[in-house]
Write a protein that binds this ligand. Structure first.
Ligand code: HEM
Length: 415
């Protein structure tokens, strides 16, 4: 009489996995991740009926993301053929593997060097200062619309060499790219909006690339445009798509981390007080990235069988063709690696082991820029507004399970 027990177990597994996609999980996903973690102590929950596996442990996620057998890009197959959206997505490095990924990433990286990033510190500091100076003190303000959304957009626009007048348009576009990459439910209305934005974005970047080749001006985009033409250089389509990727990846993640970190800190006043005492603590960006995980989930498809580490030194075999949900936000709160994982501890010795930037070949290209922005933002907030108060600790969230963030965050900027 084992069958009924097995099917009851399977029904429980299915219900637990399905609950990850409930709208309630937009705001509060961790109980769902913990329920999945509890399903299997190995850190890997197989769902063979869906051809997939859900991975919660740090060790298994880390091994998977680093394996050449784990391929990116399955999401592309869900985008309708012969659309502007697909033409925009296809050449993005994010969806390439092996040699073609190395080529695209290498070409973009040759312009996005550590020196170029380090040179942005003064710019970021000035942009943070300008934006905060324009906000009303001692009264309620939505920090997403006034600060967290425009700041990363301005930083990446400056780096790319784009005009300030187009800021609102860029923010709208990056939202569309984020919805396309990770949003829930591709309704006809959403697809129509995405198509219109993808077309507009393509025209904008194509015209701009032509102009920049004729009249180069400072900025990453000019460096990328100059690196075009034949051989190992970026084609027009690749330039356009990867510039759009930088814009979206550079914006949506950081703009979600800023309010996400404040929401976590609102529940841990001791950590906020410690931050005001030492606003330039070097561990601030990594500890915030760990607890917030702006990219909650990532995905890979196995091109070959793979074994990953499980509990107690055992290995967990995964079949070729399995679609793996790498649950970055669960890995970042794996109690085996991060004791008392929900607690923000600026002195945690291993915060930087988080997987918020993924790992392996697709490790975030903008990680050092993101760390720089987070450090500057939190140092400025804690120094200028030590009495900062989140007035609505349960704000509405974006309908996106992957790129998680609040739609707004009402705070009082008290000095
Ligand atoms: C809090 C901020 C950020 C977080 C949490 C984050 C997270 C991530 C993650 C998880 C990936 C891997 C995606 C995958 O494997 O499918 C990724 C890739 C990437 N990120 Fe970031 N990111 C952030 C900021 C940025 C910034 C500021 C930029 C650039 C301006 C950027 C550019 C990229 C690019 C180009 C890739 C693709 C790399 C590749 O495919 O080789 N990111 N990021």
């Amino acid at each position: 009489m084992t069958t009924p027990t097995l099917s009851a177990r399977q029904a429980h597994v299915q219900a637990t996995l399905q609950a990850l996609w409930n709208p309630g999980a937009y705001r509060d996903p961790q109980p769902g991740y913990e329920a999945v973690r509890a399903l299997d102590p190995s850190g890997v929950v197989a769902a063979p009926e869906w051809g997939s596996a859900f991975v919660t442990s740090h060790a298994a996620n880390s091994a998977l993301l680093r394996s050449p057998a784990a391929r990116s890009g399955a999401i592309i197959s869900q985008v309708p053929a012969d659309t502007a959206s697909l033409r925009l997505l296809q050449p993005m490095m994010l969806f390439h593997n092996g040699v073609s990924h190395q080529r695209l990433r290498g070409l973009v990286q040759s312009a996005f060097t550590p020196r170029v990033v380090a040179e942005q510190r003064e710019l970021v500091r000035a942009l943070v200062s300008d934006l905060l100076a324009g906000l009303p003190h001692n009264q309620e303000v939505d920090l997403v619309a006034t600060f967290a959304a425009p700041l990363p957009a301005r930083v990446i626009m400056h780096m790319l060499g784009l005009e300030g007048d187009d800021e609102a348009k860029f923010i709208r576009w990056t939202q569309s790219v984020a919805d396309l990459l990770a949003g829930d439910g591709h309704t006809p209305e959403l697809m129509a909006r995405l198509e219109a934005d993808a077309r507009e974005m393509s025209t904008y970047f194509r015209d701009l690339a032509d102009e920049l080749r004729a009249h180069p001006r400072p900025g990453l985009l000019s460096a990328l445009a100059a690196a075009e033409d034949g051989g190992e250089r970026l084609s027009s389509a690749e330039l356009l798509s990867n510039a759009a990727l930088l814009l979206a990846a550079g914006h949506e993640t950081t703009s979600n981390l800023i309010p996400g970190g404040l929401l976590e800190l609102a529940t841990q006043p001791g950590a906020w007080t410690a931050l005001t005492a030492r606003p330039d603590h070097p561990n601030v960006p990594d500890e915030l990235l760990r607890v917030v995980s702006p990219v909650q989930l990532d995905g890979r498809t196995l091109a070959a069988p793979l074994t990953v580490p499980g509990a107690g030194g055992r290995e967990v075999p995964l079949a070729a063709g399995t679609h793996v949900q790498t649950m970055l936000a669960a890995a970042n709160r794996d109690p085996e690696v991060f004791p008392d994982p929900a607690r923000i501890d600026w002195d945690r010795p291993n915060s930087a082991r988080h997987l918020a930037f993924a790992a392996g070949a697709h490790y975030c290209l903008g990680a050092s820029l993101a760390r720089l922005e987070i450090a500057e933002v939190y140092a400025a907030l804690a120094t200028r507004f030590p009495q900062l108060r989140v007035t609505d600790p349960r704000p509405p969230f974006k309908p996106n399970h992957v790129l998680r963030g609040p739609l707004e965050l009402r705070v009082r900027l008290n000095g």
